[in-house]
Design a protein around this ligand. Structure first.
Ligand code: BGP
Length: 473
C-alpha cells in the first residue's frame, strides 16, 4: 500500500512570520508584532514582561518579515512549480478585525486573503488555513487580558463566522489554534497572556485553555453549519516523550509528560476533559471556568482530523537535571542516541513513526503532519546556489518513516506540509538565519537584503518527491 493518490503534499507558513505589511490597509497590531529578537524575546513569549507598546523606531522581525504581503503571487507560483497540492498558511486576525472586538470586518483584509485563495484554486492548491497561529490582537490583550477573558470566545466566534462565510467553497481545511498545547509553555504567544505580579500562573493558563477549547469547539460547530464540506482539525506540538530508561519512575514521568501534551487534543478529539487532568487540576487547586452548556458544546463538536507538528521526540527523566535545548521551549533531557541540529533540536526520524502511531492509536481519526523540517544556516556558494543536502537528508529520513507508519502500520494520513517551505522568520529566535525553506530569501537578521527568492537544491528534490508521490526520496 502506497500513499493515497490524493495525498496532500505541500508546505507551511504562518502570517506573522512571513507577511510583513504590519500596518498596511487597515491592519491592527498583534502580540507577535511587539516581540523583538534578542534577549528580551524569551521572557515576553513566556508572558513575563509588559513591553506591549510598539515603538516604530525599533526593529521587529515580524514587521516586514519576508514581505509576502507583496510577494505572495510569486511565492505561490514557486509552490505550484514544486507541485504543491496544499499550502498551509494562517490568517492575521488583525487584518480582518484590526482591534479584534469590532462588529464589522475590515474589507481590505478579507479581500487580501480571498485573492490568495482564488489564486490557490487556479493553481490547483488546496489551502489549509490556521485560523490563529500565535496571533492575538494587541487591543484584546490590553483591554481584556487576552484569553484569560471569556469575552475572547465571542470575538473568536465573530472572526470564524466571518471567514467561514466569506471563504465558503474556497477553503475546506481549517485548523483552529496552532500548537494549542503551547499555551502552557509560551502563554503570550499562545493566548496573549501577560502575567500580573504574584498571580497563580497555572490557574490563569487553564482558564485560558478552557476558553480556547470552547472557542475551538464552537468554530467546529459553525464551520459544519456553514458548509458541511468543511473539515476542522486541531493542532498539536507533538513528539513522544520516551522514558530515559526502564526505571518505573521514569516510565511514569514519560506517561505524565505525554498526557500533559495530549490534554488539549483529548478534549478536542474525544469531547471531554480527561480523568487524569481533572484529578491533577483538583490536587493543585486549579478550577476550570466551566459554565452551563460548555461541556455539551465540547462533547458535540469534536474535530474531523488531528494535525500536528513534529520536529523531535523528547526524553523524560524524573530525578535528572533537565536541560533546555537552545531555542526550544520544551524542557527535556537530551537523548544520547540522537544527533542535534545547530540549535540543539534532536533529530529522530523514527520518532515520527512512533508519534504517528501513538496519536492514531489514541484517537483513531485521520492525521495530518502540518510541520516538520530542519532549521539550519544556509550559505549560498560562489555561484549563489544553496546545496542544502543536510535538509534533504533530514526530510527524506522523516518522510521514509512517515510512509512506514502508513504502509506498514495502517495509520490514516491526509497529507504532509513541510514547515517554512519558504525561508521565514523563526518563531523561537525571531531571526532569519534559522532557515527551513526550499526557497532561499535574501534577508538577514536585522532586516537587510533584497528579498530575492532563489530555489535551493531541496526545491528540486521536493518537486521529485511530490511528482512520484513519495516513491523517489
Ligand atoms: C513551531 C511553530 C512555528 C515554527 C516552528 C519552528 O512551534 O508553530 O511557527 O516557527 O515551530 O520553530 P522555530 O521557528 O523556533 O525554529
Amino acid at each position: 500500500m502506497a500513499l493515497k493518490k490524493d495525498f496532500l503534499w505541500g508546505g507551511a507558513t504562518a502570517a506573522n512570520q512571513c507577511e510583513g505589511g504590519y500596518n498596511l490597509d487597515g491592519r491592527g497590531l498583534a502580540n507577535v508584532d511587539v516581540v523583538p529578537h534578542g534577549k528580551d524575546r524569551f521572557p515576553i513569549i513566556l508572558g513575563e514582561m509588559k513591553h506591549l507598546d510598539f515603538d516604530d523606531t525599533h526593529f521587529y522581525p515580524a514587521k516586514e518579515a519576508i514581505d509576502m504581503y507583496h510577494h505572495w503571487k510569486e511565492d505561490l507560483a514557486l509552490f505550484a512549480e514544486m507541485g504543491f497540492k496544499t499550502y498551509r498558511m494562517s490568517l492575521a486576525w488583525t487584518r480582518i478585525f484590526p482591534n479584534g472586538d469590532e462588529n464589522e470586518p475590515n474589507e481590505a483584509g478579507l479581500a487580501f486573503y480571498e485573492e490568495i485563495f482564488k489564486e490557490c484554486q487556479r493553481l490547483g492548491i488546496e489551502p489549509l488555513v490556521t485560523i490563529t497561529h500565535f496571533d492575538c490582537p494587541i487591543h484584546l490583550i490590553k483591554e481584556y487580558g487576552g484569553w484569560r477573558n471569556r469575552k475572547m470566545v465571542d470575538f473568536y466566534e465573530n472572526l470564524v463566522r466571518t471567514i467561514f462565510t466569506r471563504y465558503k467553497g474556497l477553503v475546506h481545511y481549517w485548523l483552529t489554534f496552532n500548537e494549542i498545547n503551547m499555551l502552557l509553555h509560551a502563554p503570550f504567544m499562545g493566548a496573549g497572556i501577560v502575567f500580573e505580579e504574584g498571580e497563580n500562573k497555572e490557574q490563569v493558563k487553564y482558564i485560558a485553555a478552557h476558553h480556547e477549547l470552547l472557542a475551538s469547539a464552537l468554530a467546529t460547530k459553525i464551520a459544519h453549519e456553514i458548509d458541511p464540506e468543511n473539515k476542522i482539525g486541531c493542532m498539536l506540538a507533538a513528539g513522544d516523550f520516551y522514558p530515559y530508561d526502564c526505571h518505573p519512575d521514569n516510565v511514569a514521568e514519560a506517561q505524565a509528560k505525554n498526557r500533559e501534551n495530549f490534554f488539549f487534543i483529548d478534549v478536542q478529539s474525544r469531547g471531554n476533559y480527561p480523568n487524569y487532568a481533572l484529578k491533577s487540576l483538583e490536587r493543585q487547586g486549579i478550577k476550570l471556568p466551566i459554565e452551563t452548556g460548555d461541556l455539551e458544546i465540547l462533547a458535540e463538536n469534536t474535530v474531523d482530523f488531528i494535525s500536528f507538528s513534529y520536529y523531535s521526540s523528547r526524553v523524560a527523566k524524573v530525578t535528572g537535571e533537565s536541560e533546555k535545548s537552545a531555542g526550544n521551549i520544551f524542557e527535556a533531557v537530551s537523548n544520547p542516541y540522537l544527533e542535534s541540529s545547530e540549535w540543539g533540536w534532536q533529530i529522530d526520524p523514527k520518532g515520527l513513526r512512533i508519534t504517528m502511531n501513538t496519536i492514531y492509536d489514541r484517537y483513531q481519526k485521520p492525521l495530518f503532519i502540518v510541520e516538520n523540517g530542519l532549521g539550519a544556516v544556509d550559505t549560498p556558494d560562489e555561484k549563489g546556489e544553496i546545496n542544502d543536502n543536510y535538509r534533504i537528508a533530514y526530510l527524506a529520513a522523516h518522510i521514509a518513516e512517515m510512509k512506514k507508519a502508513v504502509e506498514l502500520d495502517g495509520v490514516e494520513l491526509l497529507g504532509y506540509t513541510s514547515w517554512g517551505c519558504i525561508d521565514l522568520v523563526s518563531a523561537g529566535t525571531g531571526e532569519m538565519s534559522k532557515r527551513y525553506g526550499f526557497i532561499y530569501v535574501d534577508r538577514d537578521d536585522v532586516g537587510n537584503g533584497s528579498l530575492k527568492r532563489t530555489a535551493k537544491k531541496s526545491f528540486y528534490w521536493y518537486k521529485k518527491v511530490i511528482a512520484t508521490n513519495g516513491e523517489d526520496l
